[in-house]
Design a protein around this ligand. Structure first.
Ligand code: PLP
Length: 407
């Protein structure tokens, strides 16, 4: 029945939308503010479970390639301006999407995504890490793309239910977790470069192990810093998690791999400002000009930097520990080289949900080989952050306010 109604309604919309220009009075979205009161609601969630014949075998936790396996169910929420906005959320068996070939997402990259994780704690309880942060970032990406906003709390409740249904997919291991990939796409079947009046928000779940191979975790990652390329610029979208930021990086990533390096260190501007490493925020730990230890990461004041949840958590922990100076400021490759030459560059590391914390051991920059001593210290700060964050995530630290328990 639901299926049938969807088909009818879908074809009705397909016929309607190319022919009608909505008057401004029908514009129910305000482009400048999040409108949680216009949201879908968890209370309207319907659930259709996969039959036993459709359930997939669970992969061995030792062989989890990032984002390769998906659980048995997914969450789908449609938005149709012509039907009054957000429709009721549905949990359905994991399935392919059917899209009109003119769907805006396929032409103009009207797409945004999030990445967060649920962990099976040492006490057996499943918890999500700071989902509220991902929800507000998702809403800010939606606004930037002219997609509809929603109540983050309602989406977290729906995700909670989805994880509950697929809970056996949350790995029984403190080296693995369940990755959530909320996504929103503009699905108007019209080629105009204009805001999409239909959208689909969906959430899929993938059990994941470590993002990096064991050797990379042990030896640190190597980076290519090539000033010819940049991923973001002032006034651009580098501070939003939108798909269009990532496609164009593949070419540069391949160049890094061809030179025997693992990731790209993204630079910006004439002075080769250090911005991000791959899809991670970057941190530098050094001895500053006053002889003090200082942790430095680029600030969120320009649109060059993605406001990472891991970044925010590391800054929070560092300020709470109060063992060294913590600064959000711009730094350039010249400073990295200078500190390194004076043996004052102690550590360089990336931070993001997928890898948590990833030490950097080598950077190739303008024909120079920079050996970064991150891995050579007995008690490196990157490891302190990694250990503390995993203790929080796997419930070793009890009842941490960052963790939301799945009922
Ligand atoms: C997702 C992402 C990060 C890390 O953000 P988290 O919320 O910590 O996962 C950093 N940089 C880029 C470019 C990203 O896409």
């Amino acid at each position: 029945m639901v299926q049938l109604r969807r088909q009818i309604c879908g074809s009705f919309l397909n016929q309607l939308q190319p022919n009608i220009r909505w008057s401004s009075s029908l514009q129910i979205r305000d482009k400048k503010v999040i409108q949680p009161e216009r949201s879908f609601r968890f209370a309207d969630l319907s659930v259709r479970l996969a039959g036993p014949e459709r359930l997939q075998p669970k992969p061995d936790v030792k062989n989890l390639t990032f984002g390769k396996y998906f659980t048995d169910h997914m969450l789908k929420i449609f938005y149709h301006e012509a039907l009054g906005g957000w429709q009721a959320p549905e949990i359905v068996p994991f399935e392919n999407l059917v899209l009109h070939p003119a769907s805006k997402v396929l032409h103009y990259a009207i797409q945004l995504f999030e990445g967060l994780k649920a962990f099976r704690g040492v006490d057996g309880k499943i918890r999500m890490f700071r989902p509220d942060m991902n929800m507000s970032r998702m809403n800010s990406s939606a606004m930037r793309l002219g997609l509809p906003t929603f109540s983050g709390e309602e989406l977290v409740k729906c995700c909670n239910r989805l994880i509950g249904i697929d809970q056996e997919w949350v790995p029984h291991s403190t080296a693995s977790s369940l990755y959530l990939r909320p996504t929103m796409i503009g699905i108007d079947p019209t080629l105009g470069v204009a805001s999409s009046e239909s959208a689909l928000l969906y959430v899929i779940l993938s059990p994941v192990g470590s993002y990096f191979k064991a050797s990379e975790a042990k030896d640190g990652v190597s980076l290519l810093a090539d000033p010819r390329y940049t991923r973001a610029w002032p006034g651009g979208c580098g501070n939003y998690k939108v798909g269009s930021n990532y496609g164009p990086t593949i070419y540069v990533q391949r160049e890094a791999v061809e030179r025997g390096l693992q990731q790209v260190l993204w630079l910006y501007g004439e002075d080769d400002e250090v911005t991000e490493a791959g899809t991670m925020n970057i941190f530098m730990f050094c001895i500053n000009d006053d002889g003090e230890k200082e942790l430095i990461t680029p600030p969120l004041t320009s649109s060059l930097i993605l406001p990472g949840v891991t970044r925010d958590s590391i800054l929070g922990l560092a300020r709470e520990w109060n063992q060294f100076k913590v600064t959000e400021r711009k730094f350039c490759m010249s400073e990295v080289c200078h500190l390194l030459s004076e043996n004052r560059l102690l550590e360089l590391f990336g931070a993001g949900t997928a890898c948590i914390v990833s030490p950097v051991s080598y950077v190739e920059y303008a024909g120079r080989s920079l050996h970064i001593p991150t891995m050579t210290h007995s008690n490196p700060v990157y490891k302190m952050f990694l250990n503390r964050l995993t203790d929080i995530q796997y419930g070793v630290v009890p009842d941490h306010p960052w963790m939301i328990t799945i009922e």
